[in-house]
Design a protein around this ligand. Structure first.
Ligand SMILES: [Zn+2]
Length: 400
């Protein structure tokens, strides 16, 4: 267990791995968020960590003696953020596109091809260094688990390379050969789907936990998405989908039908989509940075929550449509513009993200869960939305 500020000592790969003490007690926690059903929040609390897991939590005055003690001095402690959607393995910069959009142009999925060209040209070392920088940036902002997708290679070798690099930083690796149809297959999209479901899948599956497809206008249609996800499922990969970002479609219901862990974006939902999500185990992941950065209308997260769907928040960190790595920023936008309460936004950024990755060991601080946590420089998590843009991460402790 880390005993130093993780944000000031990120390792090269963004994972501060320091020798673990036998036990650590964090005492004088003004407000502790556990995400447990029975007691989701405790005041004046303490938490004891043993072997990287939460071993005890309760009233601070009753905290058992531990080998090491951290005085939280009344601060709020929350579970580490689980960012279940990112595209970190890439090269280049598209700030010019952002600037153009902010002067009135619309986002088109085709900009991805520009990053594909730059990523193919980059060396392994460049890609790994860029990924490490972004992972460290995330960790400094409280993210303790991140999912990383391929999708800027779009050749067998380049997709496999992206997943090998992603795997150095996380176990949550996602094969996204079906990000867009690359330029060289512009006249033969069916041929590209054959590659994605054939040779490319063979090469990538050993390095991936998940398969994803961008099912939207300008990317892959529903029949293609179905074929791609079924091929991944046959290889033992879990299913995820980018759907309903650019307009309404059958993508969300397809994701539910196939049993995807998560369908991400969910910006344009029909009533049937909302009902399908609410009746399923598929998490609806909202990506507020995308609407912020593309000036699209925000989805109404409140509608999903009230229908009974499980909602996650993720950054979708990528150089085109959302180049933020900050979960606190995304939470603030979700509260301000997507009608989530601060408590809902925090749940979605922690337990919601864990559900989107089908993980029960992270996303909360119940006894037995991983001791991945953030000590906020604030008395309450409400400050994450109340004080947008302000660095409120006092300290990050992670079991890795
Ligand atoms: Zn994405």
């Amino acid at each position: 267990m880390s005993t130093q500020d993780a944000q000031s000592t990120p390792s090269k790969q963004g994972a501060p791995s320091e020798p673990s003490k036998q036990s650590t007690a964090i005492t004088n926690i003004g407000l502790l968020v556990t995400n447990e059903a029975e007691r989701p929040e405790l005041e004046n609390a303490a938490l004891v960590i043993e072997n990287g897991k939460v071993a005890w939590l309760g009233d601070s005055s009753k905290a058992p003696v531990a080998d090491e003690r951290i005085d939280a001095e009344g601060r709020c402690v929350i579970p580490g953020f689980v960012d279940s959607h990112s595209h970190l393995v890439f090269a280049g910069d598209r700030s010019d596109e952002f600037e153009a959009r902010m002067t009135g142009q619309k986002y088109e999925a085709g900009g991805i091809r520009r990053t594909v060209r730059l990523t193919r040209e980059a060396s392994d070392a460049e890609l790994e260094a860029n990924t490490a920088k972004l992972v460290a940036e995330m960790r400094a902002q409280g993210t303790t688990t991140v999912e990383i997708k391929s999708g800027y290679g779009l050749t067998v070798a380049d997709e496999e390379r992206a997943l090998r690099i992603a795997g150095k930083f996380t176990a949550e690796t996602t094969y996204l050969g079906a990000h867009v149809v690359p330029t060289e297959f512009a006249d033969d999209p069916a041929g590209y789907v054959d590659l994605v479901t054939g040779e490319m899948l063979e090469a990538c599956a050993p390095h991936a936990k998940w398969i994803d497809v961008f099912c939207d206008r300008g990317a892959f249609d529903e029949d293609q998405a179905r074929a791609i996800l079924n091929a991944g499922k046959a290889k033992g990969l879990g299913l995820r989908m980018h759907g309903a970002q650019l307009g309404p479609s059958g993508a969300v219901r397809l994701a539910v039908e196939l049993g995807a862990a998560s369908v991400d974006h969910c910006t344009f939902l029909t009533d049937a989509d909302v009902d399908a999500l609410a009746a399923s185990d598929t998490v609806a992941t909202q990506l507020p940075g995308v609407e912020f950065s593309t000036r699209q209308p925000y989805p109404d997260a409140r509608r999903l929550i009230e229908a009974g769907a499980r909602v996650a928040i993720a950054c979708d960190c990528n150089p085109g449509s959302s180049f933020t790595s900050s979960m606190p920023f995304c939470m603030a936008v979700a509260v301000r513009d997507m009608r989530m309460s601060p408590a809902e936004a925090l749940w979605s950024a922690t337990a919601g993200g864990a559900a989107a990755l089908r993980r029960t060991d992270i996303g909360g601080l119940a006894v037995g869960q991983r001791a991945d946590l953030v000590i906020l420089d604030a008395p309450s998590y409400v400050h994450l939305a109340y004080r947008p843009g302000v660095p409120l991460i006092h300290r990050v402790l992670a079991a890795d």
